[in-house]
Structure formats: C-alpha cells, structure tokens
Design a protein around this ligand. Structure first.
Ligand code: SF4
Ligand code: SF4
Length: 407
C-alpha cells in the first residue's frame, strides 16, 4: 500500500514524551497533566487549558536505576516510567494524575515523588494518587467523583486557575468525542477482507491521540480518514491470518510490527493504550451533572482486569469473542507484560476459556516492555499463524467433502 501521508509525522511524535506538539501546547500556555491508566478519566485532564499526556518511556534500554528502587520482579512498564522520570524525561509535566491500581504502579509513583522527578521550579505542580474502586455500581461512581474532585479538579483550579465548571467538562467531552469518532471510523477499515490500514499504522494513530494535545493533531487525523476512503489495498494480501490482540498495556508499536511481520495482521486492539475501550464516544444528557456522567461512563466502559465481578469477567470474554467476529479474525493473541499480576491470571484463564468454550484459536504470551528484539516471541507467533492456516485448510477440505457427499 502507498504510505499514509502523515504516518512518519505521527511516528516521530512517539519517539519522546515531551514531543514537539507537547512543547508547542506548553508554549501556548497549556498545562500538561501526566497519567498512566484508564481509571483516570482522560477527558477530565483536558479541561480548559489542560491537556493530558499518557506516559510512556519510548526507546527504553537499561532500567538499572528503577530496578534498584523497585526490584526486578515488578512490571517493566512501571519500572520504565520510573527510569525515564529519574532521567528527567517528565520534568515538562505540570501535574501528575496517578491512580492506585496496582502495587507496581504505586511503587513507581511513590518513588517518582520521593526522588523529585518533577521540576522543582513548577510551584503549582501536584501529585495525586486516585483511589479507584474495583466495582462499577453507583457507590463506586460517587466515590470516584469525590476523589477526582478533591485530588485533581480542585488542585487544577487552585494552582492553575483552570475552569472546572460543568460547561468546561461538556466542552472537553465534545472535543474528546471528535477524536473518538475519527479513530473509530479509521479503525473500521480493519474490517475489510483485505484491510486498507495495518494494525501497526492504526496503533501509531491511536497512540498519538493519547500522548499529544488533541487540538494539534485533529486536522491530520481528519486528513488521514479522508485518505483512507480511497486508499488501495495491496494487490496480494501480505498477511496469512488476522488476529485480535488482547491484554495489558501496549505503548510500543514495535510489538504490533513484530506480530504483523510474523504473518498475523492485528485487526482489533483490546488492550490498554488501544482504542477498545478508550476511543468510544461519551454520551452526556442534560439531566445530570457532566462529572458524574463522565465517571460513570469510564467505570462502565472499563475492561480492566482489576474488575473481577462476574458480570465484568463475562463482559471481557464476550467482548474478545465479539471482536473476533466483527473484525473477521482467525484467532486471538492474549498478551501480558511480564510481572503484571492481574493480567497473568486473566491471560491464563481466558486463553483456555476462549479455546475450549468459545472455540476460538488462542495464543497466550508474556512479553517484556520493549519487545522488538524478541526472537522467541516471533517464533511463537509464526507457529500460531501456521496452526491457523492448517485449521483453515482442514475446514475447507471438510466442507468440500461434505458438499461432494451431498450433505
Ligand atoms: S490493566 Fe487496568 S489497572 Fe492496568 S493500566 Fe490497564 S486499566 Fe489501568
Ligand atoms: S501492566 Fe499490570 S502491573 Fe503494570 S502498571 Fe498496568 S496493571 Fe500494573
């Protein structure tokens, strides 16, 4: 396929957290708020002059300093963030909106705060660690509303004069929704028999929406959607199978690239930093305050594995199966970043349930934070692709035999 016009531009934006658009927004008076997890409602970090930056540590190599503080048996994502913070990579932030979701992230945030990774000259800087319940009932909604108000919105207003009114929240939701519509429409091209966008390209665009000020990328996303309307697919399919990728956070596009180079096109992204969930519109009504509605929307939408109530577990399994059907995938890859306890349980169970009860071929892998050089991962994906091909050949043969016997 012909290269997408803005792909290289978006790729470059992902090479560092303090990218050129972050710098531009700050020069225009913007307030950069870092966060790490879906449980911090992203849209509330985009009020007024604020813009959210979901933290990554691109091109991470050694994590020696973070390992010293956190040990080598903690999640590499949390460690990579601490390492980058210690290197001074997040000093551009004006606030850090953390969430108390897991031991690894707590230790990462705690060490960042204790070791002063923030810029000491930023007098308005504040840290927060939101308490996030593992339920989605109305008590949980009220709890998160109180937490967000006290720990995020009030400090933003008091320290930086940010407008946190109902009108400001509704405006932020409108802007957020436009990004969601664009990403969803772009993602629809992955449903074609021979998709006109790869999983890698889609992930680059989606990641950019998490780490850049949205008002500075919306035009290029609109242009990309227009471009896709007439983009010609490769005359010969470059993939041998289609897969849904499900699992813990993926902020490294090279992982998608590795999977696709091994023959499996990633047609749906059901992982943290992906579009499902995260890039669905938030519907507000006039009958209730916007803040409560936003919080409820996030609690209902989350597919996070911290939520272990039966209806949530069922929803995660059904969603994975439904994505397979909607995006015409041949199988699912369940991935888990090493030392993520939540995902280690989910991956072990769900990969069996998917195969045995939903009859969907499933590969289960764990992986480092940066996966690009993993030969073992490549071999496992290649073997999975071969098994999917064999399955298809056998199914076609059986169908042919049935037809010849007049069944
Ligand atoms: S798996 Fe859950 S807790 Fe972990 S980053 Fe994703 S949303 Fe947050
Ligand atoms: S990937 Fe798992 S261990 Fe790591 S920060 Fe997210 S929830 Fe915590």
């Amino acid at each position: 396929m012909k290269d997408l016009k803005h792909l290289y531009y978006f790729e470059n934006l992902l090479t560092e957290a303090n990218n050129e658009l972050v710098r531009q927004a700050k020069a225009e008076g913007g307030i950069a708020v870092g966060y790490t997890c879906f449980h911090m409602p992203e849209v509330l970090l985009n009020l007024d002059r604020c813009f959210s930056v979901r933290l990554r540590a691109p091109r991470t190599g050694s994590m020696e300093m973070a390992t010293y503080y956190m040990s080598n048996s903690t999640c590499e994502y949390a460690r990579a963030l601490l390492e980058r913070g210690l290197e001074g990579g997040y000093r551009f932030l004006d606030a850090m909106a953390g969430v108390d979701v897991c031991e690894c992230m707590n230790r990462s945030m705690e060490n960042m705060e204790l070791l002063d990774v923030a810029d000491p000259d930023k007098k308005g800087f504040f840290w927060c660690n939101l308490d996030s319940p593992c339920h989605d009932n109305e008590d949980a909604v009220a709890h998160v509303v109180e937490q967000v108000t006290r720990k995020v919105l009030k400090p933003l207003h008091e320290n930086y004069g940010v407008d946190i009114s109902d009108a400001a929240i509704r405006k932020a939701v409108d802007e957020h929704n436009e990004i969601c519509r664009l990403i969803t429409q772009i993602g629809e091209y992955r449903k074609l028999d021979n998709p006109t966008i790869t999983g890698y390209e889609f992930h680059i665009l989606t990641l950019a929406t998490y780490v850049c000020p949205k008002y500075l990328i919306v035009d290029k996303l609109r242009q990309t959607l227009e471009e896709l309307k007439t983009r010609e697919p490769d005359s010969k399919k470059r993939f041998r199978a289609k897969v849904v990728l499900v699992g813990s956070e993926i902020d490294d596009p090279e992982l998608i690239s590795l999977i696709e180079d091994s023959g499996a096109l990633v047609v749906a992204d059901r992982f943290c930093y992906g579009s499902i969930p995260g890039r669905q519109e938030i519907r507000l009504t006039d009958g209730e305050d916007a803040l409560t509605q936003v919080v409820r929307d996030y609690l209902h939408a989350t597919l996070c594995v911290r939520h272990v109530e039966p209806h949530k577990i069922q929803k995660r399994l059904d969603t994975a199966a439904q994505l397979c059907q909607d995006f015409h995938a041949d199988g699912i890859i369940y991935e888990q970043i090493k030392f993520c306890t939540y995902w280690s349980y989910e991956r072990a169970l769900a990969s069996h349930i998917m195969a045995d009860e939903y009859h969907i071929p499933t590969l289960s892998i764990d992986r480092p934070y940066m996966s690009r050089t993993s030969g073992q991962l490549r071999t496992r994906v290649q073997a999975f692709v071969e098994s999917l091909e064999i399955k298809k050949i056998r199914a076609a043969k059986a169908q042919k035999e049935e037809a010849s016997h007049g069944v």
